[in-house]
Write a new protein. Structure first.
Length: 395
């Protein structure tokens, strides 16, 4: 594969050689036709309010808490890719990837797979007896963004419905727009309404009141027109119960999500942030500049407890060695998922980088098995393991 910025995430285009329909790359890639200079804020420059990209505790709902992914789960939600109109000739391959992820997690904790009516038998056969089938209308596999964001309040788990809109109206996902309500109704979870439009991949929590967010994915007229960063932040604090927001600039107009945080920066533990790092030697591009900006903000940031953050970088694999293909291919190890007993990590085919990423996760997310999974087709669609999973806390 050519050593090129295209190996990461760029403007979504048809992968004609692989048979992928352009609209199929749904979770972390796609166009807004905006140029880099106009869309990428300068390093460390907040758009409005705050200092060094951070904010204080005002506005949080008392007693409401957004947990961390490493806390105990009641279940993990996933979704079965439903349509050849979306994935074209790669539908069988992406289903194989999803089944591999579902089987790996399902052997260690409860997994609920959302499946379009009429496809239950084939999904169950692929994913095995450990996976519970929930028959409900779905369009695609991106459960991270369509399932509600769960919080805890007064001893109960509640779900924030962030009004999924196909990543700001870039794609039509009429069935996926109803997933949040269907899940909440099925499991008897109270729905928290919010005027904000966002997706689960937009948010990263340490469980202690700190939220990492990319400004490009939420303070954006394609989702929340007319709302300033301060206004968005106030509503995030109310809806999620967080007390400190650390804003990263992200990237506008170069992928369908406008740069969700879950491919850029993730908490491994309170006070410990893992940061995506471009493969050494590649020309600087919009994504590496985004990581540089995030590094600058995180170096000066404190969490909700007032403590400084420790940042550990995870280098991407060599694009000449990865086994996946496609301009939209996501080669970030940051799109891992932390389960009750395992950390589920993408495997890209560069032995050195794969091993290094596994060791970093082993060092910083203790007491869990590191479970590497090859997901080349999911990654070619612009997402990863985290994009395809969504945890519900045990409460």
């Amino acid at each position: 594969m050519p050593r090129s910025p295209l190996s990461r995430r760029t403007v979504l285009r048809s992968l004609a050689g692989a048979g992928v329909v352009a609209l199929g790359a749904a979770a972390c890639t796609g166009p807004d036709d905006l140029n880099d200079a106009a869309d990428t804020p300068g390093a460390g420059a907040p758009a409005s309010g705050g200092t060094n990209g951070t904010s204080g505790p005002s506005g949080a709902t008392p007693g409401r808490r957004l947990g961390a992914e490493w806390e105990e789960h009641a279940r993990t939600f996933m979704a079965w890719p439903a349509s050849q109109d979306v994935w074209g000739g790669q539908l069988d391959a992406v289903r194989t990837d999803i089944a591999g992820v579902a089987r790996a997690i399902g052997s260690r904790e409860p997994v609920v797979l959302l499946v379009r009516p009429g496809q239950e038998a084939s999904a169950k056969n692929a994913c095995g007896s450990d996976v519970e089938i929930f028959s409900t209308p779905v369009d695609d596999l991106w459960a991270r963004d369509t399932v509600p964001v769960f919080v805890e309040e007064a001893g109960k788990v509640k779900g924030v419905d962030f009004n999924f809109s196909g990543w700001g109206g870039k794609q039509q996902h009429a069935d996926d727009a109803g997933v949040a309500r269907a899940v909440l109704a099925k499991y008897g979870v109270e729905r928290i309404r919010t005027p904000l439009v966002a997706e689960g991949g937009s948010f990263e929590s340490d469980g202690q009141g700190t939220l990492l967010v990319t400004e490009s994915s939420v303070v954006n007229d394609n989702r929340n027109p007319g709302r300033s960063r301060d206004q968005v932040e106030e509503e995030l604090k109310r809806a999620l119960g967080v007390t400190k927001v650390v804003w990263l600039a992200g990237v506008r107009g170069k992928d369908i999500t406008n740069a969700h945080v879950d491919c850029l920066a993730r908490f491994a533990a309170p006070g410990v942030v893992l940061l995506d790092q471009a493969f050494p030697g590649l020309p600087a591009d919009v994504w590496s500049r985004s990581a540089d900006q995030a590094r600058s903000v995180l170096a000066d940031a404190t969490d909700a407890t007032g403590s400084k953050l420790r940042v550990i970088e995870i280098p991407q694999p060599d694009p000449d060695r990865i086994t996946g293909r496609g301009d939209a291919f996501v080669s970030s190890y940051l799109n891992f998922y932390i389960g009750d007993k395992g950390v589920y990590l993408p495997l890209f085919g560069d032995p050195k980088a794969d091993d290094q990423a596994q060791q970093i996760l082993k060092d910083h997310v203790p007491n869990r098995e590191i479970v590497p999974i090859r997901i080349d087709t999911i990654a070619s669609g612009g997402g990863g393991i985290h994009c395809s999973t969504h945890d519900q806390p045990a409460g």
